[in-house]
Design a binder for this molecule. Structure first.
Ligand SMILES: Cc1cc2nc3c(=O)[nH]c(=O)nc-3n(C[C@H](O)[C@H](O)[C@H](O)COP(=O)(O)O)c2cc1C
Length: 208
């Protein structure tokens, strides 16, 4: 088997692990948080509808409110911030993103109108709206974790929380579905070792 040498991107991917112990009290510089959130918003999305909102939970009071919602997982109080990645169930309302391109002459108005019709048609299905919200928000989540690692921070993705309680505690509008909590901070202890299945078990070439 040939071994490809890891470049910086591949190294960051390999170094990302779910860190649960953080340096308590470490304040994430605003510029770094913004770089991480910018990377999140640079994720790809279906029709470029950018199906995400990032709820940043960083005050001590909000962290304390989050702790029972996250079933007592202490990384939400020990890390610098927790980002709740929300998916947009009404992302078909974001088609105004095309208007600038139309005005700049980069996109014919008929193409924009056809796209908008196609999108609104698809969004008649609540299942599609939900699938799209979760699928696309997940790309933003991965960007958060990789961007944070590339800046020397660590993260823990968390599905272990009560979404209804999160919605109520942080006034999340019905338009948005919580997809994932991600803690971000300075690691105090490395993540527990985690194995991966070999490619021979997870890759199917051609067809099953
Ligand atoms: C969708 C999702 C939900 C997760 N939920 C939790 C969680 O609630 N608490 C936790 O400590 N880790 C959680 N994890 C982290 C996983 O346990 C971890 O990613 C996995 O064991 C692989 O370890 P590694 O990321 O350190 O390589 C979650 C990961 C994902 C992707």
């Amino acid at each position: 088997m040939s071994v490809t040498e890891k470049n910086e991107t591949l190294s960051v991917i390999s170094e990302r692990h779910a860190v649960k112990k953080y340096e308590k009290g470490f304040v994430l510089p605003e510029a770094d948080l913004n770089a991480i959130l910018t990377a999140a918003s640079e994720a790809p999305s279906s029709w470029n509808l950018q199906h995400w909102r990032f709820l940043v939970i960083e005050s001590e009071a909000d962290k304390a409110k989050l702790l029972p919602i996250a079933y007592g997982q202490t990384q939400v109080v020990d890390s610098s911030v927790t980002i709740a990645v929300l998916g947009d169930l009404e992302a078909n309302r974001n088609t105004f993103i095309y208007d600038q391109a139309v005005e700049a002459g980069a996109l014919p108005a008929e193409v924009r109108d056809a796209l908008v019709g196609q999108i609104n048609g698809a969004y008649q299905s609540p299942q599609i709206a939900r699938d799209e919200a979760i699928r696309n928000a997940s790309f933003a989540s991965q960007n958060i974790m990789l961007a944070a690692r590339s800046l020397g921070y660590d993260t823990c993705p968390m599905g272990g929380y009560n979404p209804q309680q999160l919605i109520e505690a942080f006034n999340i509008p019905a338009r948005f579905v919580p997809t994932l909590l991600i803690t971000v901070g300075k690691a105090a202890e490395p993540a527990r070792p985690s194995g991966r299945f070999p490619l021979s078990e997870v890759v199917v070439k051609g067809s099953f």
